[in-house]
Design a protein around this ligand. Structure first.
Ligand code: ASP
Length: 436
């Protein structure tokens, strides 16, 4: 059985087990499922463990083998253009759906007050975290690391990406024998990390079960009922974007059959859904891109780490719906000018959000403030917090799918053939190719 099928089964069983103990209110069952948390945490730690070595090694090798720094500029330009335009489309879908469904007008004042009281403390924490967010100037300056090792130690991807690209570009100008020595080292690191990922992914079906069962078992189903229309609006928007926008994108620009595309990449969004983190999923995303879509390491090593940090269509779409929902609840009318502001700020906020769980709800504060909802920020956030985890899982799956869709388009733009070709590295024993 293919790995993504096993992960899918793990996910389905996890959700079913969680829902069952929740619906029957089985305390013992809930305790058992929650006790499985360490299995999920161990998996997240293992997969996060390889992110930094993978990003550095693959980017250095990728940049040094591009051969021409101008090519890097072209790939970078296309990548950023695709990322920004797909995010703007995502926000527009979110705005459109929230006008049609008007989820905010389907909630009673009583439920509203109950929810904002129950989650007031947690919401205040998120708002204060948002206040610590640096401004645009600092965000840009922070991309330049004063110490790349410190960035690596802190898991900061953007400055590390900056350093690895600069280093790789410089390396391509160094005398051949010395360049070869350094490249061989990083190629070895890259290969070893890929083997590690294969090993870690064997745990994925069990980890995904533990992660989703724990979340669903803890989940307050009553709250879901009162926020059902809002949650469904977000999920419908995400589905529309994932299966609509990306299908068009991969068909037109990557010339791939969308169904084949989704079947091949399934592993990455499944892991993203379970971990709620684009960063933690990055190794799986990169492996999927290279082995299942046939994207070259030169393109994937650049496009995907950047995507995990700055391309978050799901997050931006969710923020658009959340802002409209909060505005509708508090009776604040948002006209075309405010909606345009939402397109801009939600796009920027999703770029600023880190690829970690709940990052999107923190940068949502900035979007709320930009359209004059600052006075309702804390209550508004408190209102939607109850269902945030489940929406975080869904939007992260879309974020990662968006990264892969754009990567396929960029690779095709570079003249790459993409699938199908036999996978597996000659040096790697027992990889996916051996299993299929
Ligand atoms: N969890 C999301 C991600 O990692 C970010 C967010 O929307 O909270 O992509």
């Amino acid at each position: 059985m293919k790995l993504h099928t096993r992960i899918g089964i793990g996910l389905g069983l996890g959700v079913a087990a969680g829902l069952l103990v929740n619906a029957l209110d089985l305390d013992a069952g809930r305790a058992v499922l929650v006790a499985l948390d360490p299995v999920g945490t161990a998996f997240i730690r293992l997969i996060t463990m390889v992110v930094i070595p993978l990003v550095v090694a693959s980017l250095v090798v990728g940049t040094a083998s591009l051969g021409d720094v101008r090519r890097l500029g072209r790939i970078g330009g296309r990548t950023v253009a695709l990322y920004l335009s797909t995010t703007a489309v995502a926000v527009t879908i979110g705005l459109f759906l929230s006008q049609v469904v008007r989820p905010g007008s389907r909630i009673s004042a009583e439920t509203r007050d109950q929810l904002s009281q129950a989650f007031a403390g947690e919401a205040a924490k998120k708002v204060s975290l948002a206040a610590e967010k640096p401004g645009l100037k600092d965000v840009l300056l922070d991309m330049i690391p004063s110490n790349p090792f410190a960035s690596a130690a802190d898991g900061e991807l953007l400055p590390l990406i900056f350093f690895a690209i600069a280093f790789g570009a410089a390396l391509s100008l160094v005398a051949t024998d010395r360049r070869r020595a350094v490249l061989t080292f990083f190629e070895g690191v890259n290969d070893a990390v890929m083997v590690l990922i294969d090993w870690i992914m064997r745990l994925a079906p069990y980890a995904v079960f533990a992660l989703t069962a724990g979340v669903t078992a803890r989940f307050g189903l009553d709250v879901l009922r009162s926020l059902m229309v809002y949650a469904l609006t977000v999920v419908a928007g995400l589905a529309l974007h994932a299966f609509g926008t990306y299908s068009v994108l991969v068909r037109v620009f990557a010339r791939l059959d969308p169904r084949d595309f989704f079947r091949r990449i399934a592993e990455a969004p499944l892991v993203a859904f379970s971990t709620s983190s684009s960063n933690a999923t990055l190794p799986v995303t990169m492996e999927t891109a290279e082995e299942d879509l046939g994207i070259s390491p030169e393109v994937s090593s650049f496009v995907l780490p950047l995507g995990a940090t700055i391309n978050m269509d799901g997050t931006a779409l969710y923020q658009a719906v959340a802002v409209m929902f909060i505005a509708q609840i508090y009776g604040v009318a948002l006209g075309p000018a405010e909606q345009l502001t939402i397109v801009l700020t939600a796009t920027l906020a999703s770029i600023g959000a880190a690829g970690v769980p709940s990052a999107g709800i923190i940068t949502l504060v900035l979007v709320l403030q930009s359209v004059g909802l600052g006075a309702h920020t804390a209550e508004g956030i408190a209102l939607i917090l109850a269902v945030d985890r489940i929406l975080d899982m869904t939007r992260t799956a879309v974020n990662v799918t968006g990264d892969l869709a754009c990567a396929a388009c960029v690779a095709r733009g570079e003249g790459e053939k993409l699938i199908p070709h036999p996978v597996d590295h000659p040096l790697r024993l027992g990889g996916k190719g051996a299993e299929a």
